[in-house]
Design a protein around this ligand. Structure first.
Ligand SMILES: [Zn+2]
Length: 474
């Protein structure tokens, strides 16, 4: 297939430039780029007429089950708010999950996102999620969650009376996790295609030694990347001894080059040094962090240690959307507000890499994406040239990041295949999706309200400790 007359975002020695080029795609890969490429006999040929070609963006931390419960929460600190999301997630069945995954894919495609890391908390619906991704052709790293310790069992200041034995009944056993992963990998792990399985530890504080050992074993056995939440809140940090959380991951061999750590707001200097030594990656989620009041991600501390930063949107019920240019904009604005020395403000190349190249490294497919160059995966987002002014290359770059809502994506390709063409999503039947959603609305409303009532009583367990720790001392 030949895409003619695109204006493609590329990198040269001066930084980001937009070149008028043709792009030849062979199968799933960009075969060549250049000017005046001649179509081969019988080759499909599309004239882009100057539309803007971008590398597809990656959402490196995301929970698909939350799309269908978007708007259910006004927001509270994470440990209190978690009761909402845990109970809401718990009432969703297989069909709800399928709709929720499809909603997320549509939202991401419309904003030029071509891949995600989906951290899936519910093993019972993980197969439903995987089937929807598989049918759609959207690229995803599926990270079913591994956890067997509740927040109330490790958070400092909680008066928890449950025994370890009692806690265990909320979670699958080690054997059940192992057999789930074996089966899930057999069905869906296909790195040569668009799906791969990732070891999805919830967080090191929410997993015991036996489960981390099992996680490490599976990661080594199948060569899988590792993804987990890490020190998202101050309460989590106060509940860990110095370096113990990073040390815990490291002692099981889970801190490695293909490990990505979501949030990482509250690591100390020593912990960041260990992440740098192990060449692991961090994933910031600015919208979610602001919504839950979790804190400010110390970007400069990671950048000065050469730790790659990718970005994620987290869950829809954290006041976020899944437009990664919008997430990038928020990230940059927050960092400027947090960095008085403007010479250290993040430059456009570093910023853009967070939603392209670094996201591709988090996913770690054999053929990387993130550049419009020969040999890279043909994951492309093509924006309507009429939705931007594009007076100069520099102004176009700035428009894409800081004037995101105006940017309209026209076509999206994943692995060389159109999943959106002429603004119509071809990967998913959006009309059928809307109909199914409207049919399920009254059923969903009932189960959501029931879950919120249950959550509201569970929150009472966390509120007193939170208030003693943070409100009375400040
Ligand atoms: Zn998350």
């Amino acid at each position: 297939m030949l895409l003619k007359n695109g204006k493609a975002l590329q990198i040269n020695e001066d930084g980001i430039v937009f070149n008028h080029i043709d792009i030849r795609i062979d199968g799933q890969i960009i075969h060549e780029t250049g000017s005046m490429l001649i179509p081969h006999k019988n080759e499909e040929y599309i004239d882009l007429c100057g539309d803007i070609v971008l590398p597809g963006m990656v959402n490196s931390h995301y929970h698909s089950y939350t799309n269908i419960i978007r708007g259910t929460s006004w927001g509270e600190p994470l440990e209190i708010w978690s009761s909402d999301t845990v109970n809401l997630g718990g009432v969703l069945g297989g069909e709800d999950m399928e709709l929720s995954v499809a909603l997320g894919i549509c939202e991401m495609l419309r904003s030029g996102v071509t891949a995600c890391v989906d951290h899936l908390p519910h093993l019972k619906t993980a197969h439903n999620a995987a089937e929807v991704y598989s049918k759609s052709g959207f690229r995803a790293g599926l990270a079913p969650m591994l956890h067997n310790i509740r927040d109330c069992d490790f958070l400092h200041g909680m008066k928890n009376e449950s025994s370890g034995q009692e806690t265990k009944k909320y979670f699958p056993s080690i054997e059940e996790y192992l057999s789930f992963y074996d089966d899930f990998i057999r069905h869906f792990h296909s790195p040569e295609g668009t799906l791969k399985v990732i070891i999805g530890i919830n967080s090191p504080q929410r997993a015991d030694a036996e489960l981390l050992e099992a996680s490490s074993y599976m990661s080594d056995k199948y060569g899988l990347s590792v993804h987990c939440h890490l020190l998202e809140t101050r309460w989590q940090q106060m509940s860990s001894d110095n370096n113990s959380i990073i040390g815990k991951l490291d002692s099981f061999g889970l801190l490695k080059t293909n490990t990505s750590l979501a949030h990482c707001i509250w690591l100390n200097e020593r912990e960041m040094d260990i992440v740098a030594q192990r060449r692991s990656m961090v994933v910031s989620n600015p919208a979610s962090n602001l919504f839950l009041g979790s804190g400010i991600f110390p970007a400069h501390e990671y950048l000065k240690r050469d730790i790659p930063i990718a970005l994620g949107s987290d869950g829809s019920n954290c006041g976020t959307n899944h437009n990664m240019l919008e997430i990038l904009r928020l990230f940059l604005l927050m960092q400027r507000n947090n960095q008085n020395d403007y010479r250290l403000w993040i430059d456009s190349m570093t910023a853009y890499a967070m939603v392209t190249k670094n996201g591709s490294n988090v996913l770690n497919f054999p053929v990387p994406s993130g550049f419009i160059e020969t040999g890279y995966a043909a994951d492309l987002a093509i924006a309507d040239k009429n939705s931007v002014l594009g007076i100069t290359d520099l102004s176009l770059m700035n428009e894409l990041i800081f004037h995101t809502p105006a940017v309209k994506m026209k076509h999206v390709l994943v692995n060389g295949r159109f999943l959106m063409k002429d603004s119509k999503i071809t990967a998913i039947d959006e009309d059928a999706l809307r109909n199914e959603l409207s049919e399920r609305k009254s059923y969903l409303a009932k189960s959501i309200n029931k879950a919120l009532v249950k959550a509201s009583s569970e929150k009472q367990v966390y509120r007193p400790a939170y208030e003693i720790l943070f409100q009375k001392s400040e």
